[in-house]
Design a protein. Structure first.
Length: 849
RNA sequence: GCCGGAGUGGCGAAAUUGGUAUACGCACCAGACUCAAAAUCUGGCGAGGUCAAACUCAUGUCGGUUCGAGUCCGACCUCCGGCACCA
């Protein structure tokens, strides 16, 4: 042990030691209970950023804590190494994506090791290696077999800046999740995974995880899946056999439907207008709306006016028999429900706005319950008389102007009218979802090739499992044109048909990288398996993940895909549970001031507000950097980076180190095993603080309140510092108390600053013994108990005095003592004591008048 | 517009079931050490008030419940995040 704290020496020493002894390797033949601690795997961009450091520091703290508590901890890491940036580097600088990626991994692995995160490096995986993406392809084939992977031509989200397709999840809000460009729609042949098949379960199973996941994430997922209950209703087209099917969640308002509105892309438009003189005009309108939508990637811009055109066709309301006009308008979505709606202006904001603009009939058919009496009386109002309303009334209420249904409650009417429609064959109750199938095709090189072959004779043929992996070629032309670079590699494209043996061509699309990350943490359990993605028996030992930690930016991307993937794996017998992750922590962003502004934004290269972890480590040490980042704010809060704070962390570690230096001779030479007979009051107080701290830290760990744990450790150290015994002359009892306090402090510091903790541990008489096999301290409630309590005394709820009492003091004694307190007596003198509230062990409140 | 979440010192933040508001740290101030500075150590640090105390006021604003409210209830203000014609 050096006299002074040199983080670099200590950190190098222990990192080497851990590496050589494979200290954090997890094995299956370990009888202790397992704990799977997982952090989101990084994309190997080349450099770790502070968000990573925070993510992995949190995860490592938990891994250490569980390890010390006696769990068999699995704490792995890997690389989400397929994806855009590697290909961009290839396009811009002509480097090979594989070389670029491997170099980045090498550098970042070094950074993680310099941080001293306790990973089991023997399980490291990387998505771009054939032994991994082989299994992406295998899963694809399994889905293909079950018709869960399919190809169709459809409008897809297109990022014009990156020249690639995006899934709905990746283009949420109409912008590219990566570059922020406005997304356009394009018609392309694309591969999709049928996530909609699992829509119901994705909502339903939220119940299984709601205790362990942030409400915020679950709500976003639930909104994203967008389950809604309603009904289909068929409106017959007048003088025709055609029917227009609409979807509505408010069938109770159907007597207020004063028009039918079709999406501009609705396939029926052609038929309906076949013989109409308005045909050309309507078709021109529909084409205009469709092309505008394609250009902007969404139906309408904010505040944009609704547009529509009357087709002249009439449809019959099956409930009322009324004929209503059929319109085509720009505000109706084709890919939700049926692409057609019944327009009820009185009870839907959008329909209201539309009806006002085009002077359509607005007929009120739902009344507030409190006004219902009056309205039912006025039910004699002529049916086509418009009622002046400032807004649509969208709440539930009581039906009026609704024939036989008038007087019913909305909730009842919805059930009964759906049933009625079904019985009479013009509709049925239905559930629709907002979520769409997951488009996974990418016209990209740097991804897992979709394992499909096109044969002129046999058509689309899946690559046989035995031929996997379909390997990426070593070289390709990177033009950035938007065409898949694979299409230009003849050796790759040209193949033979597995069925008939004649010449055939390969699919040149690769898969979305979110496929790789949907199941990677299962692969960690059995990372070198060559005959299956993993052995279900081994996976059973480790999964589900006990704690997952990452940013909430993946709330509706990765985190919904991986839930889907798990359910699929369950259905093919690979796992036996519905949900892959028991507890999820979404850590806050690390932000820094953008130079020259007052804005705090996530650190990024493009904003120039990044902080290099290596510089932090060089300047302050990994231990201090990690300690600070966990201390500075609660884990779920945004963390605003302030350089000054980290020096406080260094100071703290240096003080602890110096304290140990002062004591280590005495502590390592004496085999102290008992607290000694006559312990001093100071020693008793120190031991009390020690055991109180153990209790607090242990309970805070359960809720991952890491910032308050660090505060508690600092408090314990301050107490130790104040104790101020002299190592040369201290009594055996005092030495015992110091030893206990230091050992406890170091054990509890290990999850935050493991290197210096190891160094100190070694010097507290644990020569060569690694902390990882030590045991988390136990709080002794007897020792933690206060010898004397300070009881505040209030008069009318205001603090006026305090008194000291033993913990055994009775309520009656407290009451008497409070009333006899000199200060209290003078305050209540001349007043009537109405009552005295005594909260045992806590306070006394004297109520006077 | 709709749906969430949050407002506590100069700053990051603490505060069992409602029970001593501001723990811990940063910054700052003073002192010690030093020729000096840095580092380190000691002390101070919500506002007003006082020589010092007493006391008064403070957890976004207003009101309510309670012996007692940062915490519970109601209304409002501000900020942040998500979704956005999903019928």
């Amino acid at each position: 042990m050096d006299e002074k704290y040199f983080p670099e020496n200590i950190e190098n020493k222990w990192q080497q030691h851990w590496e050589q002894t494979k200290a954090f390797q997890a094995t299956e033949d370990d009888p202790r209970p397992k704990f799977y601690c997982l952090e989101m795997l990084p994309y190997p961009s080349g450099f770790l950023h502070m968000g990573h450091v925070r993510n992995y520091s949190i995860g490592d703290a938990l891994a250490w804590y569980k390890r010390l508590q006696g769990f068999n901890v699995l704490h792995p890491i890997g690389w989400d190494s397929f994806g855009q940036p590697a290909e961009q580097a290839a396009i811009k600088r002509g480097v090979n994506p594989r070389d670029w990626t491997e170099e980045n991994i090498t550098h970042m692995r070094g950074q993680l090791k310099r941080l001293g995160i306790s990973y089991d490096w023997s399980r490291e995986i990387a998505a771009h290696r054939p032994d991994y993406y082989k299994w992406d392809q295998w899963f694809f084939l399994k889905m293909y077999e079950r018709d869960l992977a399919y190809k169709k031509k459809s409008p897809v989200n297109w990022c014009p800046r990156e020249g690639t397709v995006l899934s709905n999840e990746q283009s949420s809000g109409g912008v590219c999740w990566r570059c922020g460009a406005t997304v356009e729609k394009r018609d392309l042949e694309q591969w999709f995974l049928r996530i909609t098949e699992y829509a119901e379960q994705l909502v339903e199973d939220i119940r299984e995880i709601e205790a362990g996941w942030p409400e915020k994430v679950l709500k976003r997922q639930s909104d994203w899946v967008g389950r809604s209950e309603g009904a289909y209703v068929d409106f017959a087209v007048k003088d025709s056999d055609t029917k227009i099917r609409v979807f509505t969640t408010r069938i109770d308002t159907i007597f207020g439907a004063t028009s039918i509105v079709l999406s501009a892309e609705h396939p029926l438009i052609d038929d309906l207008l076949a013989a109409s003189p308005l045909k050309d005009e309507v078709m021109a309108f529909a084409r205009k709306v469709t092309s505008e939508k394609t250009a902007r990637g969404r139906v309408l811009e904010e505040d944009e006016q609704k547009e529509g055109i009357n087709t002249g066709v009439l449809a019959v309301n099956p409930f009322s028999g009324e004929s209503v006009p059929v319109w085509v308008a720009n505000y109706v979505l084709m890919d939700y429900g049926t692409g057609a709606v019944m327009s009820v202006p009185a009870h839907d904001e959008r329909d209201f706005e539309f009806a006002q603009k085009f002077s359509l009939t607005i007929r009120r058919v739902i009344e507030r319950i409190s006004h219902a009496q009056e309205s039912i009386v006025h039910d004699s109002l002529s049916e086509d008389q418009s009622i002046a309303m400032p807004h649509a009334f969208t709440n539930y209420g009581i039906l009026v102007n609704s024939g036989d249904w008038s007087g019913k409650l909305s909730q009842d009417a919805i059930v009964e009218m759906s049933r009625h429609a079904e019985q009479h064959g013009f509709g049925q109750a239905a559930v629709t979802f907002r979520i769409r199938d997951w488009g996974i095709s990418r016209q990209r090189f740097w991804g897992a090739p979709v394992p499909i072959i096109y044969c002129e004779k046999c058509g689309m043929v899946p690559v046989p499992e035995t031929d996997l992996p379909v390997r990426l070629p070593d070289h390709a032309e990177f033009t950035g044109s938007g065409e898949s670079p694979l299409a230009g590699v003849a050796d790759f494209v040209n193949t033979t048909c597995p069925t008939c043996g004649s010449g055939a061509k390969r699919e040149t699309d690769t898969m979305d990288t979110f496929v790789d990350s949907s199941w990677y943490f299962f692969r960690y359990c059995d990372p070198h398996n060559e005959s299956a993605p993993f052995d279900p028996e081994i996976v059973k030992q480790w999964t589900p993940v006990d704690q997952y930690i990452g940013g909430d930016s993946h709330a509706v991307m990765h985190l919904i895909y991986t839930r889907f993937w798990t359910k699929f794996m369950r259905d093919i017998g690979l796992v036996s549970f519905d949900e892959p992750v028991k507890k999820l922590l979404t850590q806050g962003m690390v932000t820094n001031r953008v130079e020259g502004t007052d804005e705090w934004k996530a650190m990024s290269k493009s904003l120039g507000n990044g902080v290099d972890p290596d510089e932090m480590i060089a300047a302050f040490g990994a231990d201090a950097a990690r300690l600070f980042i966990l201390f500075a704010a609660p884990v779920e809060n945004e963390l605003r980076w302030l350089e000054t704070g980290i020096e406080g962390a260094v100071r703290f570690l240096r003080r602890v180190y110096t304290m140990v230096w002062r004591w280590h001779e005495r502590l390592s030479n004496i085999g102290i095993t008992t607290p000694g007979e006559a312990s001093s009051p100071g020693a008793r107080a120190l031991r009390r603080k020690t055991h109180q701290t153990i209790a607090k830290v242990t309970s805070d760990f359960e809720g991952l309140h890491l910032n308050t744990i660090v505060a508690a450790l600092m408090e314990l150290f301050n107490e130790l510092s104040d104790f101020n015994a002299d190592p040369g002359t201290a009594s055996e009892g005092d030495v015992f108390a110091v030893h206990e306090a230091l050992e406890t402090l170091v054990l509890m510091l290990a999850p935050f600053s493991p290197h210096v903790a190891e160094e100190i541990w070694e010097n507290l008489g644990h020569e060569g013994g690694l902390l990882k096999s030590a045991h988390w301290p136990q709080a002794d409630p007897e020792l933690a108990r206060q010898e004397e309590l300070e009881i505040p005394i209030q008069v009318n709820g205001k603090l006026r005095s305090r008194l000291l009492a033993s913990p055994e003091v009775t309520e009656e004694e407290l009451r008497t003592a409070a009333l006899n307190d000199e200060k209290i007596r003078s305050l209540i003198d001349g007043h009537e004591v109405v009552k005295v509230i005594v909260v045992p062990q806590r306070l006394v409140n004297v109520v006077v008048r």
